[in-house]
Design a protein. Sequence first.
Length: 95
Amino acid sequence: MSGIHKAMGRVCRLFNSLDGIEVRSFLNSFDTVMTDCDGVLWRGNNPIGEAAKVVNAFRDLGKKVIYVTNNATKSRHEFLKKFNTLGFGGCYVRP
């Protein structure tokens, strides 16, 4: 197991030990979530685990979700179609 995986395991255990008030406080501490796509939200054309459910839960909490990628194989509109097809949702906002 790599160092980053060990560190993430510790973070997940710490997060899971928070009580409801601490979780709410953490979630209230930010208004925007930025996430990579390939290998984080999906592999190929398959969502990873409950990633779509988590992204949609952030939106339900009023969080702005921004997708970030260095994958230049698709246009923004093609990525938007993939987000919606895989259940992540989203909309295109002109830069």
